[in-house]
Ligand binder design. Sequence first.
Ligand code: PMP
Length: 287
Amino acid sequence: MTTIAYVNGTYEKIENAKVSIMDRGLLFADGVYEVAGVYNGVIIDNESHILRLQRSLNEIKLILPIKLDELFLVQKKLIEINKLKEGTLYFHVTRGIGQSREFEFPEDQSPSLIMFVHHKQIMDLPLYRLKAKVMTLPDLRWKRRDIKSIALLPQVLAKQVAHENNCNEVWMYEDGFITEGGSSNAFIIKNNKLISRKNNEKILSGTTRQAVLKLLELEGLSFDERPFTIEEAYNADEAFYTSASVFVMPVISIDNKVINNGMPGKLTLKLRNLYENFAKSSIKKEK
Ligand code: PMP
């Protein structure tokens, strides 16, 4: 089935969906994006994604080119015409077309909004797909990682190295501490305590991370909000990473050092289960 994409007010077959070569997203990575999970045709935790998008837009002094209500309608329509039951929805806003390749903002800004979907199983994955291998690499990114910028070259390069080393995700480090995953937030569990660094400009505030931390509180599990070292990660009882497309992903090795005998951890699976239930109940409310 052909995928239909949304490009600035029109719906096009993905192979025909195009933006200008003068789009500042292409020339400067001057834009921000979101990826949300979709289940039963409903966006999981859309509110958190929209809030983060608005924050990112605000930080780079960009305005959403359509009203929020319209954005919701576009999201809904795109999911419907693509018959998307389960997968992800990608959307980004760039500063649009500039007359020339000037760094400064164009006088009359006309931001560009594009959106497309990806069919993929994200819920109720079998156990064999819940065994992620992680590789650590230096964090080469800029200093405003709280902005969900479309400038992803450091992650592209790092994730490629991880892939070449048979790993599913990279955990980036800086000053001896893990910052986060290439496209996820990183967690370890030691002595029944969850450890993950706090949100600031060094990492992206993950929507899944936020939801998991709330669920953790409800379950009365303890949380140590602090950075952890690579060595601590090697010696963790359990490890996992979170994102809107993988939910809570158990880690079974870090730099080939086996975690929890190569099996998804008990507490990790419990958190995954809690998150899946949260996702299912949040979409019921939307329907
Ligand atoms: N950190 C980074 C660098 C990411 O790219 C992502 C995925 N967008 C996350 C964390 C996780 O965020 P979320 O849970 O909202 O998908």
